[in-house]
Design a protein around this ligand. Sequence first.
Ligand code: ZN
Length: 511
Amino acid sequence: MKKWLRECITTHVECQQLQSSDGGLRASASGPRRLLHLSGSTDAPQVRLEQNSGSGALLDYAALSYCWGGDQAVKLKDKLVDSWTRGIRYEEFPKTIRDAMWMTMALGLEYLWVDALCIIQDSEQDKAEQISRMAEIYEQAYVTISAARATAAPEGFLHSRYMPGERGFRMPFTCEDGRTSAVVLWQGREPDAWEPLDKRSWCLQESILSPRVLEFGTHNVRLRCARSRADEAQLQCDGWVGHSKTFAQLGMTQPLVSSIDWQSLGEPYKFVQAWQMLVSHYTRRGLGWYQDKLLAISAIARKMSRMTTGNNKRYIAGLWAEHLGEMLLWHPNHGPDAKERARRHETYVAPSWSWASCSGEIDFWYGSGMHLLEFVGCEVRTAIPGDEFSAVVGARLELKTLVMRARMRKGGGGGWGDGGDGWFLWDEEAGEEVNGSLMLDVEDEESGGEFVCERDEEVVLALVQTQDALVLKKRKKGEEAASVYVRIGIYREGPRGTDPDRWAMEGVVIV
Ligand SMILES: [Zn+2]
């Protein structure tokens, strides 16, 4: 592994570019606020917390990417900072952390960064500060150690990889030097199958932002860097390889995200595509969880914004204002392959027009490309005022576009509407069903809360692209009167179309 790393650092031009693409970020940056310093023997090292004043040269450190698997037994708290700078008992750490310490020292490094141990977990201020620096922490790491095969911190990742639960054969083998050993043949999983770590939401950005990831998978250990991500054949791995199928053969439309072509983001089309792909993969991880939804992807958003400076890209609650026409056409996957039914989050995470307000797997509709809406303005209140990438506490989006009114009806009609549970749109004036496809954000009325319609309730269709509109309903009574709406779904005009006279230019505010 040391050899792989050395080779990547000294000979891979594309990997060097990745670290210098930010204008020498690594050279100018000061590194994480705190690091664990390791010394002594690899089996029981002396560990202490070191505070980084930011003035010295950047240290070579390993960053750990792992699944917490529940609350952590050992974590940094405000009152522990002083005693930890003198030393921390090694025996206290869970196995994954001990394994990471062993690996770090074996790789010849003295410093390790672990979120639970280097961020003060009971300080909201420190958490917010460190989370806002997450992109740099992983980008500047000498290597990221990925405990991909462990589902929880007590499991560890350095142990025998022969999985008794899987069918395998151990065949005697005589080595060149005469020693007797064995070759193991096993019928395992695809080498590219999802590891436990791939299901953790925070780890997507850890993997994407790290220049080099040393991945401890279920069956093999491999180094993923810019070159090997671009070309699987170049992958450095320990020899445990399976017969790899490409993502096309696996019936997926896109490979699992492991890299972004940062240099291409100046092209609007590439930028939109990259973000949609990220959201789509991101929302397929960590299902069931939602509190950190916008935070756990914010480091990537921050970097995308940094890589396109000068373009004035504004980030609003998980969307990019400059590309609203595409960004607003998200929808949860209601297909039979969906692992979780979409629902609105129980507590506020994002406004109704943001994909982050819904659980479930998010995809995007590809519209005609013609934007019809006029972006009037957007107010986003964030947990850290002035930091658009921090958690969102409130937001209102104001658009001016063509709108049409219709009523929500259910059952009977059938017709064009394929909306959940037989909902369809009824055009009162024309006395007929609105021709088109309706896709509701939440199909299950139980889990929609205030975002579910009543029968015959009036809704507004607000055009986003030539044939695609948001479906909005008036916000519940007691709120500001007039035109404040919440989003309940999207609509695509059918082949017969609607009467152009039914649409009129109007301003709408969506929260
Ligand atoms: Zn490399």
